[in-house]
Design a protein around this ligand. Structure first.
Ligand SMILES: Cc1cc2nc3c(=O)[nH]c(=O)nc-3n(C[C@H](O)[C@H](O)[C@H](O)COP(=O)(O)OP(=O)(O)OC[C@H]3O[C@@H](n4cnc5c(N)ncnc54)[C@H](O)[C@@H]3O)c2cc1C
Length: 171
């Protein structure tokens, strides 16, 4: 069983066992979009754990839905019936901000505003500013090409100009 594999491969606490808590991970902000009931919700902390989840899903032929903060407006993070929902919210470490290279190495679950604040501490400006910046994650921003008014001048995260180099992901 997939659940048994995940239990073996992930550290304790990475699987959301409480159905009430899991219910908070099944859809995004698109209230019109359909969603199903996941088999399980997992909250990995490292790239190795993500790899284990992806491999287990592939082995068992179970669909995998990745989720950042769930602020999307298109149902992109919505669970499909019987899937595994992989939440990146626990992968929220800012590993490195290199002022010389203008390079940030961050976990995908880092919240946009948190990265901007960390850059500001080094005298840098992280421009991508969707109106969901207090909640949405860098992973979600990159996946959806999300930006706000400041991206008129610079651009969304995956194709930023040199002064705001795109974030890279590590565990
Ligand atoms: C109040 C509000 C204001 C908003 N303002 C803007 C705005 O100004 N500009 C704008 O562009 N959007 C805006 N949005 C939409 C939304 O916030 C963005 O799309 C945001 O980038 C989603 O980030 P998230 O972390 O919530 O991702 P989620 O909603 O969790 O996921 C969005 C999509 O990205 C995928 N995904 C998430 N993380 C990863 C990952 N690590 N790897 C691969 N795929 C991943 C999901 O599977 C899903 O398809 C707004 C939404 C709200 C509710």
């Amino acid at each position: 069983m997939l659940i048994d594999d995940l239990r073996q491969e992930l550290a304790a606490g990475r699987m959301v066992e409480d159905p009430g808590v899991a219910a908070g991970f099944v859809h995004d902000e698109a209230e019109w979009a359909p969603y199903g009931t996941p088999l399980v919700v997992v909250r990995p902390r490292t790239a190795l754990e993500v790899r284990s989840v992806v491999r287990a899903c592939a082995r068992h032929g179970v669909p995998l839905v990745t989720r950042g903060a769930g602020t999307g407006l298109s149902g992109g993070a919505n669970a499909v019936e019987g899937c595994v929902v992989l939440s990146t919210e626990a992968m929220d470490t800012i590993h490195e901000i290199d002022p010389v290279e203008r390079l940030a190495v961050v976990g995908p679950g880092v919240v946009n505003d948190d990265l901007r604040a960390a850059c500001a501490e080094q005298g840098l400006w992280y421009p991508p500013d969707p109106a969901s910046a207090p909640w949405s994650t860098i992973g979600g921003n990159v996946a959806t090409n999300a930006g706000g008014l400041c991206c008129v001048n610079s651009s969304p995260p995956q194709s930023s100009p040199p002064r705001s180099s795109p974030p890279r992901f590590t565990s």
